[in-house]
Design a protein around this ligand. Structure first.
Ligand code: AP5
Length: 243
C-alpha cells in the first residue's frame, strides 16, 4: 500500500457518473483512506426508512439536490466518527457553494483542512453511456457496468462474494437474497439529464469559491479505471505532502 495520500482529506467534485465512486474505492485500497459518499449515505437512510430517509427520498428519485441542512447532518455525523481520523475521500459533497463553505467551517471546527479537491472531467455523453450501463448489487451495493465492469464469469460479486445468476427474465439476481442486481432508480435517462443539469448549474459557482480555488485540480477521467487512477496518483504524489 502506498502512503503518500494517507491522512489526507480529499473531495471529488465530479459530475454524476464521472467515476467518483470507482476512483474513491481505488484511493481507499491504495492509501488507506475512508470513503464517505453522500449518495450512499442518503440511499441507506431511505432504505432504512429513517426520518431523514423519508424526508429525502423524493429528492433522490427526481435527481434533485437534497436540502443542505439534511445532507450536512449526515456529513457532520460521519466526519466525527473515529475512523475519519485516518483520512478520508468525500464523494458527492460538496456540490454547492454553500456546501463548500459549510465543509470548510466543519473541518475547521475539527481542526482539519481540506488537502485537495479533484474534479474528474468527462463529457456529458460519457456520463450517459456510463450510467445507462451501471448495475448495482442491491444486497451489498457493489457497482458494475454491463460493458466496462461486468460481474465476473462465475457471476460472483467480487465485493461480497455472493453468487449471482441470470434470472429467467434475463436480470441478474443475488443467489443469497434473491434481490436483483439492477439499475439505480436515478439512472433512468430522464433523471440522469436532471442530475447533469443540476450539476452544471451548481458546480460552476462552487469552482469560484476562493478558499476552494487554490485546491481545485482537474483530472481527465476518460479511459479505463486504472488509467484514470494513475493520473490521480500522479497528482497526489506531486501536490499532497506526506504527513
Ligand atoms: P450520488 O450517489 O452522489 O450520485 P452522483 O454524484 O450523481 O454520482 P454517481 O454515483 O452517479 O456516479 P459516480 O461518479 O460515483 O460514478 P461511478 O463510479 O459509480 O448522488 C445521488 C443523489 O443523492 C443526488 O442526485 C442527490 O439527490 C443526492 N445527493 C448526494 N449528495 C448530495 C449533496 N452533497 N447535496 C445534495 N444532495 C445530494 O461510475 C459510474 C459507472 O461507470 C459505473 O458503472 C462504473 O463501473 C463505470 N465506470 C467508472 N469509471 C469508469 C471508467 N474509467 N471507464 C469506464 N467505466 C467506468
Amino acid at each position: 500500500m502506498g502512503t503518500q495520500g494517507k491522512g489526507q482529506h480529499l473531495v471529488l467534485p465530479g459530475s454524476p457518473g464521472s467515476g467518483k465512486g470507482a476512483q474513491a474505492r481505488l484511493l481507499v485500497q491504495h492509501y488507506g483512506l475512508v470513503h464517505f459518499a453522500t449518495g450512499d449515505l442518503l440511499r441507506k437512510e431511505v432504505a432504512a426508512a429513517t426520518g431523514l430517509g423519508k424526508a429525502t427520498a423524493r429528492y433522490l428519485a427526481r435527481g434533485d439536490l437534497v436540502p443542505n441542512d439534511l445532507v450536512l447532518q449526515l456529513v457532520r455525523r460521519r466526519l466525527t466518527e473515529a475512523d475519519a481520523g485516518q483520512g478520508f475521500v468525500l464523494d458527492g459533497f460538496p456540490r454547492r457553494l454553500s456546501q463548500a463553505r459549510a465543509l470548510v467551517n466543519l473541518l475547521a471546527a475539527l481542526c482539519q483542512n481540506l488537502t485537495a479537491a479533484i474534479r474528474l472531467a468527462v463529457s456529458d455523453d460519457v456520463v450517459v453511456d456510463r450510467l445507462a450501463g451501471r448495475l448495482v448489487c442491491l444486497d451489498c451495493g457493489a457497482v458494475y457496468h454491463a460493458v466496462y465492469r461486468p460481474p465476473n464469469a462465475g457471476n460472483v460479486c467480487p465485493a461480497c462474494r455472493t453468487v449471482l445468476h441470470l434470472a429467467e427474465e434475463g436480470k441478474l439476481k443475488c443467489e443469497a437474497c434473491s434481490r436483483p442486481i439492477g439499475q439505480r432508480e436515478d439512472d433512468r435517462p430522464e433523471v440522469v439529464r436532471a442530475r447533469l443539469a443540476e450539476y452544471h448549474r451548481d458546480t460552476g459557482q462552487m469552482k469560484d469559491h476562493c478558499k476552494y480555488k487554490g485546491l481545485l485540480s482537474e483530472v481527465d477521467a476518460i479511459g479505463n479505471e486504472g488509467e484514470v487512477f494513475e493520473r490521480l496518483q500522479a497528482l497526489l504524489g506531486e501536490r499532497v505532502p506526506v504527513p
